[in-house]
Design a binder for this molecule. Structure first.
Ligand code: ATP
Ligand code: MG
Ligand code: MG
Ligand code: MG
Length: 437
């Protein structure tokens, strides 16, 4: 992508109405544009990152055996009357009437809808286990939408729903999601800590929130320092094996959000292991058994011929919130420092002297070679001052910067900078081309 042909409305000033750094940086780099309280347009740079996060989530859900589908944003109120949640949900639910005066709503979550899909098609235990998911926009009329995409009203969520015959099987399904979440967040460069959590209006008795530690997080959290160093299970994990050891290892350490905090248990830890911090909730998983299947009559025939309500769990990831969370975790005084896995482009190519024949030729060659090797390149061939070009590349945080200047080019060299470490070194163009082949 040539910068002169791209749409990148970068601004110099920190916006006055953004209270936290991720929100400021998303506005300054032209990733999002607010259209109403908690409602955003995703501009091209932000949309690229959103898509990459969505793709990581998709790959890790698929790896764990979940199946992707898509449900609508608008739902019929009647389904929610069946579960009893239409009245319970309160003002966070955006209620709408269609032209026939039918009650509709913009889905804040999808337990009812998926349970209806399930009961329509699945009648026998032989079709289980089943885990269906989608990534779809949700609407919650939050009292205080703030911090940009961190607490939007319209936001993108991945929500998965598991269906099993027995409670034991359902707990195994829960463990799969537990491990898949750790892998997905790890791939995004984040250390997410599973913490015992309150189940809230979703209901149920087993629940974990996945928390990223950050000073700007909205929840107070408490955990054992040991959890910060535990590696994710890894992409070679066999999801058909017994995952209990992975879950037990992580849930064996103290970790809880404010609502579930047990001061006495926490204080029993050695002092240097007590982490009391703020956290961002990026995911939340629930096992809730028959809470929806019973009232909505989602029953399956067991091996003994008996019809029983199916055992369910639900599993959410805040896909759009993750952009904010990643920036909170990955930035410095010059701007964003994207982890390679989610960066909007892999390489920023800077032409220091557009119009100079040798610089243009070297840039064109590198651009073509990088692109052919599967790298996404943002090529700055504008006439802006060198300082402005560097500052903009630092601000938008692409992992690698390649600078082509007239002096280096006469020696067949370019400068490569690692955005994260700031390390720069000269590289021979021919070596770079050879490496990309
Ligand atoms: P919170 O405690 O932040 O209000 P929640 O517990 O109400 O979140 P869940 O119902 O658990 O949210 O939804 C699953 C995930 O969706 C959350 O873990 C979070 O990452 C994301 N999410 C929830 N509300 C919002 C929001 N208003 N804006 C962006 N993401 C959100
Ligand atoms: Mg909430
Ligand atoms: Mg919560
Ligand atoms: Mg939650």
């Amino acid at each position: 992508m040539r910068l002169s042909k791209f749409f990148l409305p970068v601004s110099k000033e920190a916006p006055a109405d953004a209270a936290i750094v991720s929100h400021q940086l998303m506005l300054r780099t032209g990733m999002i544009r607010q259209n109403g309280a908690g409602i955003y347009s995703w501009l091209p740079l932000g949309y690229r990152v959103l898509k990459r996060i969505e793709q990581i989530v998709r790959e890790e859900m698929n790896r764990a055996g979940a199946i992707e589908m898509l449900m609508p944003t608008l739902q019929q109120a009647d389904l929610w009357r069946e579960s009893g949640r239409y009245d319970d949900y309160g003002k966070e639910m955006l209620r709408i009437k269609d032209r026939h005066e039918r009650d509709m709503l913009y889905g804040p979550t999808n337990e009812e809808l998926i349970t209806d899909v399930f009961r329509t098609y699945v009648k026998s235990y032989k079709q289980l286990p089943l885990n269906l998911y989608h990534q779809q926009w949700k609407f919650r009329d939050e009292v205080r939408p703030r911090f940009g995409v961190m607490r939007g009203r319209e936001f993108l969520m991945k929500d998965a729903y598991s269906f099993d015959l027995t409670e034991e099987d359902a707990r195994a399904a829960y463990r799969k999601m537990f491990c898949a979440y750790l892998n997905a967040f790890d791939r995004m460069g984040l250390t997410a800590i599973p913490m015992r959590a309150d189940t809230g209006p979703i209901g149920g008795d087993l629940s974990h929130e996945f928390i990223i530690l950050a000073d700007t997080g909205e929840s107070a959290v408490f955990c054992d320092k040991a959890l910060l160093d535990l590696p994710a299970p890894g992409l070679d994990l066999d999801f058909e094996s017994d995952l209990t050891p992975f879950v037990t290892e992580r849930t064996g350490y103290y970790a809880a959000t404010e609502e579930m905090h047990d001061e006495a248990a926490f204080n029993a830890l050695p002092e240097d292991r007590r982490v009391s911090a703020r956290g961002i909730e990026v995911g939340h998983i629930f096992f809730f058994g028959t809470k929806y299947s019973k009232p909505m009559n989602a029953v399956v025939q067991g091996p003994d011929g008996q019809m029983v309500p199916v055992q369910m769990g639900s599993y959410g990831i805040g896909v759009s919130r993750l952009l904010g969370a990643i920036i909170e975790a990955c930035h410095d005084e010059n701007g964003i420092v994207w982890p390679e896995s989610v960066a909007p482009f892999d390489v920023g190519l800077i032409n220091m002297r557009p119009g100079n024949e040798a610089c243009d030729a070297a840039c064109n060659t590198l651009y073509a070679a990088l692109t052919a090797a599967g790298r996404e390149v943002l090529y700055d061939e504008t006439d802006d001052r060198a300082g402005a070009k560097f500052a903009r590349m630092d601000l938008i945080g692409l992992p690698w910067q390649t600078t082509v200047g007239p002096r280096g080019v006469t020696e067949g060299k370019v400068e490569v900078k690692n955005r994260k470490t700031g390390e720069k070194h000269d590289v021979k163009i021919e070596d770079m081309l050879a490496q990309l082949k």
